[in-house]
Design a protein around this ligand. Structure first.
Ligand code: ZN
Ligand code: FE
Length: 255
């Protein structure tokens, strides 16, 4: 049986994500912004939490871990970087590790930049990418702890995944990302199509994710810092992808 995935709002603009294996009844929460909405989603489905897969140490991704672990006795999987203080971790994972959620397999990709410890979880069998605050729909995370070249490299790792994978990210920032992206590429048809879709979804109070990675590759300007068209829009012809990426991210910071 196929895995089931549920996405729902947490805190102000975070997403909660549950992935459930109907064969083994295992259920993982990707991050735990806060316990309440995650417990509510589990109870709605009649699922029991077996694992929490943490992407990075920020409070809006780990705030619910202690309460959920207390309630369900679930296993807590956290990034390798022990210098970041993630409490209650049972298993530390690094690049290339594979985590089992019942019969489902999550491949760990280190995607530093937003934080140094940031990892993304790739469920190849389910064609699902949980990228938290590295890659957003039509955007990317702020570069807090890492460097711009490091973050660009992380985005390249995610861009290398197949087009038919779905992107599940950490925040509902899509409308703001679209607004910014249109200032750089007003004539990008894929972006215009996404802008219409996002307006429709937000008007209906629906989440804008998941999105298809293939669509992100066309519409997300942050995944195209090595595209001459983007460099030209920024009057940076001949600049490196890292330089174009930095310029994009810094403009977004100020927008
Ligand atoms: Zn974060
Ligand atoms: Fe976050």
């Amino acid at each position: 049986m196929a895995a089931e995935i549920r996405t729902f709002p947490c805190l102000n603009d975070n997403f909660g994500h549950l992935i459930h294996d109907a064969d083994t009844l295992a259920t993982a929460s990707i991050d735990a912004p806060e316990a309440g909405p995650i417990v509510a989603a589990l109870e709605r489905e009649g699922w029991t939490l077996t694992d929490i897969l943490i992407t990075h140490h920020h409070g809006d991704h780990v705030g619910g871990v202690a309460e959920l672990k207390q309630k369900y006795g679930c296993r807590v999987v956290a990034p390798h970087d022990k210098t970041t203080k993630i409490a209650n971790a049972d298993l530390r994972v690094a690049n290339g590790d594979v985590v089992k959620v019942g019969g489902l397999l999550a491949r760990v990709l280190e995607t530093p930049g937003h934080t140094l410890d940031h990892v993304s979880y790739v469920f190849d069998g389910e064609k699902a990418l949980f990228a938290a605050d590295t890659l957003f729909s039509i955007g990317c995370g702020r570069v807090f702890e890492g460097t711009y070249p490091m973050m660009w490299d992380s985005l390249l790792k995610l861009r290398a995944l197949p087009d038919d994978f779905r992107l599940y990210c950490g925040h509902e920032y899509t409308a703001s990302n679209v607004k910014f992206a249109l200032t750089v590429e007003p004539d990008n048809a894929a972006l215009q199509a996404r802008a219409d879709e996002v307006s429709r979804l937000r008007a209906a109070n629906k989440p804008t994710i998941p999105s298809l990675l293939g669509e992100e590759k066309k519409a997300n300007v942050f995944l195209r810092a090595d595209d001459a068209v983007v460099a030209q829009k920024l009057h940076m012809q001949g600049a490196s992808a890292e330089e174009v990426f930095r310029e994009l991210r810094e403009r977004k910071n100020k927008s």
